[in-house]
Write a protein that binds this ligand. Structure first.
Ligand SMILES: [Zn+2]
Length: 509
């Protein structure tokens, strides 16, 4: 059989046998006009067929029998996967694959049943056997070139015609990705492996710091904002009252700032590294922890570099610790900070709160109802394309909530007499709210619009001996490391005074 015919059979079989739930999901969750839905389904069918065909062709042509074994394996895996999707309504997303790899045999065996084995036998094992025994005429390199060009060309044209569904794909990417066989489990397993590698990556150690004894214990709190852009902060000149509480303070420093990246993990990594480099150096919490600083990291987000400390708390941990706090929103992330600082027996405390307060695509889900000041709101970025004022209302309400959280934290820090306290708030990146037709964030930094990198940076201190420098140029995330070292009075060879928010006594003398 020619490889072209064989690959076409494989691709069609994969679509009919393993991808019906994917198409059911598309039909059930897209409410655009009928003709748009029909072209979407037709486009997806063609792209799915062409890509699976091409990958099968390429794999078999280049690796011959190794490719056959891999394809045979995906038949059995896809048959098993789609069985669980049908029967248990699961998605083969990242979480499910993580569960899968951590499941013990005794747990897994409770799912076994005769219908399951029959289904896997007929739609997985038999096709796999066929893949291994069918004789194939692999053809020439020239045929490979022509076939590849046609398959890739058709896929690109179809993808471009569906560009108007871009936001819809963004909204349902987890579900669509979790149903698309065989890519759901392949891509999500790859991602897990990458995460595992990332978490276990060796850090390049930094030279030791010198910690002089301090007269009064020090506490530094870093609040990492999510998708907060300075354009919508009243403190930065926005015409709406999005910072009613912080604007009334006279003790707050407002710095011009820009982010180093337009997506979370790169921006948070920039904050946690002392220099911009592809090498992973000892991240700030790890460096401080190694020197005996009492370090706490509380996260309602992700994308942190590997953090090796004793007190890394997720929302699940915090809900257990503070059952009375607002556990649907960020309240629980901010709960009990004062008590935590006062209870510390170290002379230096560093607390990071990694928030997700203005994260799309549902801004209005990020704050409690009391903060629905601007109305009406629309619920998703997708709706916001038709109703921009509603989207901006929801986004602005999330900034009002941020204002409340930060102001309450400052009020509570101001009542601490045992420690010199400092609070730094900086967003990870900005956000597009329809300017030039763009939404959300993540445009590569070289071409990113300013809305995606102009971010707020706020500082509050109760230490009269530390002064914030005045900046004409924007500060960026690389300032965090050096400023925190300064606040905690740690003398380190890696410290750079140019990347410090605060005046250095030696400079001012
Ligand atoms: Zn982010």
């Amino acid at each position: 059989m020619p490889l072209t015919t064989f690959s076409a059979i494989m691709s069609a079989f994969c679509m009919l046998c393993y991808n019906i739930p994917f198409f059911q999901f598309v039909t059930a969750n897209n409410d655009s006009a009928l003709w748009q839905r029909l072209t979407l389904i037709a486009g997806l069918t063609v792209v799915m067929f062409a890509i699976n065909f091409w990958v099968c062709y390429l794999l078999l042509f280049l690796t011959r029998y190794v490719g056959r074994i891999l394809i045979a394996f995906t038949h059995i895996a896809s048959a098993t996967g789609v069985y669980f999707v049908w029967v248990y309504q699961t998605l083969l997303d990242g979480t499910m694959m993580e569960n899968f790899y951590h499941t013990r045999w005794s747990e897994a065996s409770t799912f076994f049943s005769i219908p399951m084995f029959l289904w896997i036998f007929f739609t997985g094992v038999l096709p796999a056997a066929y893949v291994l025994i069918q004789r194939i005429d692999y053809g020439s390199w020239k045929r490979l070139g022509i076939t590849s060009a046609i398959a890739v060309g058709i896929s690109l044209v179809c993808a471009l015609t569906q560009f108007n569904q871009f936001l819809w794909f963004g909204r349902y990417d987890t579900q669509l990705g979790g149903l698309l066989m065989p890519w759901s489990y392949i891509v999500n397993s790859g991602r897990l492996a990458a995460q595992y590698y990332q978490a276990n990556r060796e850090e390049e150690p930094l030279p030791d710091a010198f910690l002089s004894p301090v007269e009064k214990p020090i506490a530094v709190i870093l609040v990492i904002g999510e998708s907060a852009r300075s354009a919508n902060f009243q403190l930065y000149g926005y015409s709406r009252a999005t910072n009613p509480l912080l604007s009334a303070r006279s003790d707050l420093h407002v710095l011009p700032a820009r982010s180093c990246a337009t997506y979370t993990s790169a921006a948070v990594t920039a904050m946690m590294q002392h220099t911009s480099s592809s090498t992973l150096y000892e991240a700030l919490p790890n460096y401080l922890f190694r020197h005996g600083v009492d370090v706490v990291w509380r996260s309602n987000n992700w994308g942190e570099p590997p953090v090796h400390i004793d007190e890394f708390l997720t929302m699940r941990d915090l809900r257990k610790q503070y059952p009375e706090a607002d556990d649907k929103h960020e309240g629980v992330l901010f709960a009990g900070i004062k008590q935590r600082i006062e209870a510390s027996d170290s002379s230096r405390v560093f607390i990071v709160l990694h928030t997700s307060t203005s994260h799309g695509a549902q801004y209005d889900a990020q704050y409690p109802n009391d903060f629905q000041v601007f109305r009406p709101v629309c619920h998703t970025v997708e709706e916001g394309r038709e109703n921009l004022p509603g989207l901006i209302n929801a986004y602005d309400n999330s900034i009002i909530y941020t204002d409340y959280l930060l102001n309450s934290l400052i009020d509570s820090l101001a009542t601490i007499h045992s420690h010199n306290c400092a609070l730094i708030y900086m967003s990870d990146h900005g956000e597009s709210l329809g300017e030039n037709g763009l939404f959300m964030h993540g445009v590569p930094m070289r071409i990113a619009p300013r809305e995606q990198y102009e971010i707020p940076c706020l500082i509050w201190l109760n230490n009269p001996f530390i002064h914030v420098r005045s900046f004409e140029h924007p500060v960026d995330q690389q300032y965090i490391y050096h400023s925190v070292l300064h606040l905690l009075q740690m003398q380190s060879p890696i410290y750079e005074s140019e990347k410090d928010f605060f005046e250095n006594e030696r400079q001012t003398e």
